[in-house]
Design a protein around this ligand. Structure first.
Ligand code: SAM
Ligand code: SF4
Length: 329
């Protein structure tokens, strides 16, 4: 079992398989994209499989594939299939924007993926275009339908953005009336790849909650599962649930059980740190698994207590501003 220096069990890794994407969500990257990593800088599938296998042998029970957009990396199903066979791995899941995902849903089901996080900030085609700079909402909805048809649990991620999709909050909540989905509203974080960000958050978790409560006064608080990043709610009579994720306010650090691997193999022990160990370099320098495991344990033993400390400890003293596509969300 992996435990950090603050006594938190670490059993969950989020692996970003690419920084590339077929959307250009304005809160994640500029219109022209970011300086994409060269192919040689990306971990190969063999390297990803090796490091994941090592991490699972050390106590990781859950792997989430993310990006960039996982389905723009060629043959991603090969990696997912290989990961699904790792002995000891209990959950394999992924986060996707849903543009290319629908045709792969039967295969995801076959290899044992039981839940998927689907990003959908709006149900309105024009607003979708203005947020993502691409006209792809119908493909995302097709993915939602495919996932439900295959009985795969769906969590819909919606970033809440001032003057962009506030009018979508209530329609997204209403989705949970007929659909057994969990709609999670996420505070916007400063990772837009541009370095410019407003100095205070307009839509923090309490304001989002107030807005929902005004329309649904009988909203009920649900118990939050251990390690949940969301405050969870239910509206009586609805099939699905609501979550609110205070990603900017960082209220969930005390029970954080996750680490991240970026596409270039950088280990992040906090979303807000700048990367603490390059595991791709260790593998390419010929280190054996035991030596890599020892360095992973050291890194996990030096984990910041929360996202504010991690941000303060960044060597580059600028606040965190990279693109979320290189972090993985
Ligand atoms: N491309 C995939 C997708 O969009 O689902 C996976 C990667 S994306 C970086 C993972 C999650 O991070 C998405 O749900 C996205 O909405 C969220 N995200 C990206 N930038 C964000 C930001 N600045 N603040 C909050 N969430 C963000
Ligand atoms: Fe792409 Fe996901 Fe970033 Fe949007 S949030 S640009 S879909 S990586």
């Amino acid at each position: 079992m992996l435990t950090d220096n603050h006594g938190r069990k670490i059993n969950y890794v989020r692996l970003a398989v690419t920084d590339r994407c077929n959307l250009r969500c304005f809160y994640c990257m500029p219109e022209e994209g970011i300086d994409w990593l060269a192919r040689t800088e990306l971990m190969s599938y063999e390297e990803m499989l090796r490091i994941c296998s090592l991490l699972v042998s050390m106590g990781i029970e859950k792997i989430r594939i993310t990006g960039g957009e996982p389905f723009v990396r060629k043959d991603i199903l090969q990696l997912l299939t290989a990961l699904s066979k790792l002995p000891g791995l209990q959950h394999l899941t992924l986060t996707t924007n849903g543009v290319l995902t629908a045709p792969h849903v039967p295969e995801l089901k076959k290899i044992g993926v039981r839940s998927v996080n689907l990003s959908m900030d709006t149900l309105d085609r024009n607003r979708f275009f203005s947020i993502t700079r691409r006209d792809e909402l119908p493909a995302v909805i097709e993915t939602l339908e495919q996932l439900l048809r295959h009985d795969i649990e769906v969590k819909i991620n919606a970033v809440v953005m001032d003057r962009r999709n506030i009018e979508d909050i209530i329609p997204l909540v209403q989705l949970t009336k007929e659909l057994p989905v969990s709609v999670r509203f996420i505070e916007e974080m400063p990772f837009n790849g541009e370095g410019n960000h407003y100095d205070h958050l307009h839509w923090h978790y309490m304001r989002i909650h107030r807005k929902i409560e005004e329309a649904f006064p009988d909203i009920q608080k649900l118990p939050d599962p251990p390690h949940s990043t969301a405050y969870n709610y239910h509206i009586p009579g609805h099939k699905g649930n609501i979550g609110i994720i205070a990603a900017y306010s960082r209220t969930f650090c005390g029970t954080c059980n996750r680490i991240r691997l970026t596409p270039q193999g950088m280990l992040k022990t906090c979303l807000y740190d700048e990367g603490v160990l390059n595991v791709k370099d260790l593998m390419r320098n010929g280190l054996a698994n035991d030596a890599i495991a020892a360095q992973l344990i050291t890194a996990i033993q030096h984990r910041a207590i929360n996202g504010f400390e991690a941000e303060r400890l960044r060597k580059e003293k600028k606040s965190a501003h990279e693109s979320m596509a290189t972090i993985g969300g």
